[in-house]
Design a protein around this ligand. Sequence first.
Ligand SMILES: [Zn+2]
Length: 74
Amino acid sequence: MVRCAFCGKLVPRYKAIVIKRGFHLDKATMQSVDKRFVSQVEHKMYVCPSCARFRGIVQIGKSRKSRTPQKRRG
Ligand SMILES: [Zn+2]
């Protein structure tokens, strides 16, 4: 189980959405700095599906069944 970064709810790891937060390091910087430092800089966040949906982190309807198009009147 992992904890949602936004609401603090416990969610199963397979359900949680992982976001990577941190500085953007280019390759040259990555090679010059210690790898342990990079892993510290890169910060993993777990988010529950409802928060992810609410915050627009994931887009619904893409992976799952797509919504049926609305019927036009007339
Ligand atoms: Zn949440």
